[in-house]
Every structure is written in structure tokens, then in C-alpha cells.
Design a protein around this ligand. Structure first.
Ligand SMILES: Nc1ccn([C@@H]2O[C@H](COP(=O)(O)OP(=O)(O)OP(=O)(O)O)[C@@H](O)[C@H]2O)c(=O)n1
Ligand SMILES: C[C@](O)(CO)[C@H](O)COP(=O)(O)O
Length: 235
């Protein structure tokens, strides 16, 4: 009898880069620890993964000198591991985190910004369901509904047309592919999301419709919007 090739059972891990300083927020401390709806922003982000049964483990990358994280994860249980290997850029933090992970080549890594606290378990399941089998990975994103203008001078230079999406996170990839993409990236400074590094290898990650509630809290005005979503689960 011919042996049936066993499909490798993969695990899904979350990797949360949380080693930024939040310069654009201009707060007294790192924005990922700002209180939103009664909890630090990062705690909301962690809970979305803890409430998702598909996620085997959550890794959080913080700066070596981070003095906040221990209190934030105190009630998270054993499914969260803190990695004190944050780097000077988001990409460095993620690459350092990947190197510290105990994962296999085909395991899926879901990289998600600590600064996107509006993520829900349903959105995580949607990404896994629609792109989990794609060897090139996938990411949550929003179709652009406004007209887009591009400029470096303040005056319109171009009006990019069709097929525009706004990338969100999680961005999910096979562990081996993502680590290779980040290590081989010719200009890490130019890479602002993980999918870009994978695209540089000639692959096309799948876009999966996300949700406005999954916004990245970047500027002071974003705090109120994020709080609105966090206090109105039905939105
Ligand atoms: N060296 C860095 C820079 C950013 N991040 C993380 O990457 C996510 C998205 O980055 P961004 O929104 O730019 O956060 P900051 O870099 O903190 O913000 P700013 O650019 O305004 O300083 C955040 O959760 C941030 O903590 C990180 O882990 N390591
Ligand atoms: C990864 C990302 O959230 C996708 O939109 C975005 O590129 C992060 O950019 P930032 O400048 O590091 O916040």
C-alpha cells in the first residue's frame, strides 16, 4: 500500500512587535502602554490572540529596557512569552523576534502591531481561513474607497487609480519564508511591512479584507477612535 504523505501539521504563532517609542503620538511614554478603555493598549492586542483558539502561542518583542511589560502580561498565563530583543526599527524587532522563536519552517507566524488594539479573534480566524494555506502568506488590508493623491511637495503629482489597498496586520507567513525574506532584504530601512520583504522575493501574499476597527494608533487623534471601537464591540 502506498503511504499517504502526511500533511505537515502547522502551528500558528503571533509575534507582536512592541518595542517602539511612539514618537508621532508624543506621549510621555511608549504609546503601546497608553490606557485605552481602562487597559494598556497592548493588553487589548494580546487579548485578541488569547481569545483565538487557533493561536498556539503569543510572542511579544519589547526593548531590553522596557519597564512596563511585566505588569501588562502578569495575568496572561503561559501562552505569552516576552522577548526582550527589540531593535532600532520595526523590521529589526521582528527579525530579532523570529530568530528567538521555537518554530518550524511551515509554521505560520502572524506579525501584528501592538498599536492595533482593535483586532478581534474573528479577524484572525478570517485571515487564517482565507490565506493560511497560501505558501506566499497573506495579510489583512482595507480597500481604498477615497481617491488617492500622491505628492512630495504638497501639490498633486499623481492620482494612483485602481487596485489600491491599505495594509493592516496581522501579516501571516510561513516561518522559514518570513525569516529568509527579512534576512535577505536588500534595504531593510525601506521595508515598512513584512509583506514587502516577501514581495522582494517575487512572491505575492494574499490580501484579506480587514476592518477599520483594526486601525494603527499612530497620532493623538487615533486614541479616541480606537477607544470608541474598544467600547463598542459591535462596531
Ligand atoms: N523599533 C521598533 C519600532 C516599532 N515597533 C513596533 O511596531 C509597531 C508599528 O510601529 P509604529 O506604529 O511606527 O510604532 P512606533 O515606531 O512606536 O511609532 P513612531 O513611528 O511614531 O515612533 C508598533 O507596535 C511598535 O511598537 C517595534 O517593535 N520596534
Ligand atoms: C505594518 C504596517 O502597520 C502596515 O500598514 C505599517 O507599515 C507600519 O508602519 P509604521 O510606520 O511602522 O507604523
Amino acid at each position: 500500500m502506498t503511504a499517504v504523505p502526511q500533511r505537515e501539521v502547522v502551528s500558528y504563532f503571533a509575534l507582536i512587535p512592541a518595542a517602539g517609542v511612539g514618537a508621532r503620538m508624543g506621549a510621555a511614554g511608549p504609546k503601546q502602554y497608553l490606557p485605552l478603555a481602562g487597559k494598556p493598549m497592548l493588553r487589548h492586542t494580546l487579548q485578541a490572540f488569547l481569545d483565538c483558539a487557533a493561536i498556539a502561542h503569543v510572542y511579544v518583542v519589547v526593548s531590553a529596557a522596557d519597564g512596563y511589560i511585566d505588569d501588562v502580561v502578569a495575568d496572561c498565563g503561559k501562552r505569552v512569552t516576552v522577548l526582550r530583543c527589540g531593535g532600532a526599527t520595526r523590521m529589526e524587532s521582528i527579525r530579532n523576534g523570529l530568530r528567538a522563536l521555537d518554530a518550524h519552517g511551515e509554521d505560520r507566524i502572524l506579525v501584528h502591531d501592538a498599536a492595533r488594539p482593535g483586532l478581534t479573534p474573528a479577524l484572525i480566524d478570517k485571515l487564517i481561513g482565507e490565506a493560511g494555506a497560501n505558501p506566499a502568506g497573506g495579510l489583512l488590508a482595507l480597500r481604498v474607497v477615497d481617491t488617492v493623491k500622491s505628492t512630495r511637495t504638497g501639490r498633486v503629482e499623481t492620482t494612483p487609480r485602481d487596485g489600491l489597498w491599505l495594509a493592516q496586520t496581522p501579516q501571516m507567513f510561513p516561518y522559514e519564508l518570513l525569516l529568509r525574506a527579512l534576512e535577505q532584504a536588500p534595504d531593510p530601512e525601506a521595508i515598512t511591512d513584512d509583506a514587502s520583504a516577501v514581495e522582494m522575493l517575487g512572491l505575492s501574499p494574499q490580501l484579506v479584507e480587514g476592518h477599520p476597527r483594526n486601525l494603527k494608533v499612530t497620532l493623538p487623534a487615533d486614541v479616541g477612535i480606537a477607544t470608541l471601537y474598544l467600547t463598542h464591540e459591535h462596531l
